[in-house]
Design a protein around this ligand. Sequence first.
Ligand code: TYD
Ligand code: MG
Length: 458
Amino acid sequence: MAKPKTVFFCKECGCESGRWLGQCPACKTWDSLVEAPKDSVGKKAHSGIGTGFHTQKPVTLKEVNMESEERLSTQMNELDRVLGGGIVVGSLVLVGGDPGIGKSTLLLQMCQKVSEAGVSVLYVSGEESLRQIRMRAERIGSFTDCLKLLAETQIPNITEVILEDKPSVVIIDSIQTMVNPELESAPGSVGQVREITSTLLRLAKEQEVSIFIIGHVTKEGQVAGPRMLEHMVDTVLYFEGETSGSYRILRAVKNRFGSTNEIGVFEMQSTGLREVENPSEHMLMGMPEGEPGSVVTVTLEGTRPILVEVQALICRTSFNLPRRTAVGTDYNRLNLLMAVMERKLGVQLSACDAYINVAGGMRVTEPALDLGMVLSIWSGYRNQALPTHCVAFGEVGLTGEVRAVTQARMRIREAVKLGYTTCILPQADLDALKEELPEGMKYIGIRNLTELKNAFRD
Ligand code: TYD
Ligand code: MG
């Protein structure tokens, strides 16, 4: 068989070339040429103005068949939530994350649950041999025969199996190992990733099979084979967390069929991933009581309030330039808040090193964390602990004002549920809630950072 012709085209301007070039001759962008099969790069012979090539007719909304919108539950609450209520039939989902974070484990576990419900599943691995997958599967538990494995990297072979076996759910582990032999470029290159994804997209829509693609994230924080991949798929999920810690968070970055605010929390154990239904309890596990520098705050992840502990270690600097580090939150925000504190509370923070840590492996960038950070820095600086069973949330502005946050009531309710008895919050939220304030909590409303001084004067 003659090798199908491929051409190179520029990602930026679309300029076409017969061979690879380092710089696009038209727009002069470097390293922007990608390989693609010749017939997929627009046919020049046709003007594009209708000749009745095909017979698709426009329809009204009512005429559209809704059956394909049905959802398949993964039987894992955390995963269902992030997907927006289950797997949409015929959808293409990208699961990204650092190598070793647990993507293969998560999807293999999903396969286990889904196949237990009698749904046919195909797990295609280009990374591990069948034996290695089996070893992993044995750690996780028992599997039914509805799950089929395939160790293959050639896309034509994979699509053939899918057309023949007609599984309802397919996992491709990982996109970077798959190859379309029509292209000369190496597996994982932009051209390959783009071609394979568009093949899988067509297959998903035509055969009504839901396909999950695993993608490793490059050091720059992108799924290798740039952002283009994210535009093509229906849903993009990121699996994140510290590889050294055991908590993992699954986050939707894009979702055509649901909200992108939801997160799923998992814990990596020796028998696979365990769903964490009540993340607050786990985030606070092992928290020191009555220690200076430790403050509990309530952050909102999607519709879920989660209690996290903010820790601050403040000590005199021995250098001209104080050291500052922020783990689990925004470094610039830390600097900003310390500057505001220095001004409004009159504390000499510029002579101090500051280390901030959001314990538990969560990353919080929400402004409602501000007040918690300020309090922990203040408590750390004065070496004086906050009252026990106390939570704090609120946004802090540049003039030291403490501003209202979203969903204050929901945050308070979560804190009450976990046995907290004192809540420091923006006065604006306190005024807005009034009668709706949950009982069993002592409220301290704050308008400005200067009021903090009075609240804790000893
Ligand atoms: P894996 O799913 O292979 O990561 P990825 O596909 O994202 O590269 O996860 C690998 C890590 O998970 C590895 O460091 C071992 C750990 N692990 C457990 O702790 N318990 C288990 O039951 C399994 C299967 C893996
Ligand atoms: Mg893997």
